[in-house]
Ligand binder design. Structure first.
Ligand SMILES: [Zn+2]
Length: 302
């Protein structure tokens, strides 16, 4: 394996909705999922969030409605025959605009999500094109900086999910020294097929951040167990994942055979954790796992 680099990842900012990662150039309307200060495409104008963009669209169309109301009122005043008619028209137009303003102000909050939806539908093709451009920028920086590339891909992957982007991230992550305090993830990176880098990554996470190993990761490892066993570090990967799985009783219940196969290789603390779970629930039908654990306990730890 090539030499790994020690790096510091910039913190990943989780947003409530994926689209909140998307910003749009106020000058040219191009989209970006990265964090540049100015639009990379036209180099002009600031970048605003899509929510800000939608809000300004809604406000503009509301202003247009007010102008139309005002215009109708002015025409009314203009065509008035008498002074009284003129006064009545003026009063009517003031009331109309005021009412409109009041209604619009109440509708603003509910109009923004609708406008966002409209914006996404209308700009779908452009957004995809611009995200493709983002990815090219990310890959182009690969020669200079793997860390920056990874960070860019991580941002893009909030919006574009495909196995290619997932694997690119996994391969880059495998070139870093991973630490417990890093902002790492596993499940969003899982792909459909077998990949040795991904398997190695899961094995490493199972050691340093076992909380991240959940059902989907365990199932991935299980599905490709024969392939993983052919890898140089294969048994190590499988043992680490089994060791991470024993942290919860539910995983022991769900994958008893998998855990049994690697139980004898578990580090002491992981094995004792498994042993305690089984001791705590003696009536649970653990099957062969309970027998195996009893034998290992006798042989190694008694
Ligand atoms: Zn621009």
């Amino acid at each position: 394996m090539s030499k790994k680099r020690a790096v510091t990842l910039r913190p990943y900012i989780q947003t409530r909705f994926a689209y909140e990662k998307l910003r749009v150039g106020s000058h040219c309307g191009h989209f970006t999922a990265l964090w540049e200060e100015q639009c990379n495409i036209c180099g002009k104008g600031s970048l605003i969030t899509v929510t800000q963009k939608a809000t300004s669209n809604v406000k503009r169309s509301m202003r247009n409605e007010q102008l139309i109301a005002l215009l109708i009122g002015l025409i009314g005043i203009f065509v008035s025959q008498t002074f009284l008619q003129m006064i009545l028209s003026a009063v009517a137009v003031i009331l109309l605009v005021a009412l409109l303003w009041f209604v619009q102000r109440r509708m603003l909050a509910s109009e923004i999500p609708l406008e966002l939806e409209r914006l996404f539908i209308q700009e779908q093709v452009n957004i995809l094109e611009d995200l493709k451009h983002n990815r090219k920028t990310a890959v182009a920086s690969l020669k200079e900086d793997e860390l920056l590339t990874y960070e860019m891909l991580r941002e893009i992957s909030t919006l574009v999910q495909n196995d290619k982007i997932r694997l690119q991230q996994v391969v880059l992550l495998q070139s870093f020294v991973l630490r417990k305090d890093m902002d790492l993830t596993v499940e969003p990176l899982l792909i459909d097929g077998f990949d040795p880098d991904l398997a190695a990554y899961i094995g490493e996470i199972a050691k340093i951040k076992r909380d991240l190993i959940k059902n989907r990761s365990i199932r991935y490892i299980l599905a490709y167990e024969p392939y993983i066993l052919e890898m140089e570090q294969g048994i190590d990967i499988l043992t680490s994942v089994a060791g991470a799985a024993v942290r919860l009783k539910t995983y022991v219940e769900t994958y008893p055979d998998f855990i049994r196969r690697y139980a004898s290789r578990l580090p002491k603390d992981r094995f004792l954790r498994l042993y305690r779970i089984i001791r705590q629930y003696p009536d649970h039908p653990w099957g062969k796992l309970a027998d195996e654990v009893a034998i290992i306990q006798k042989e190694l730890y008694e």
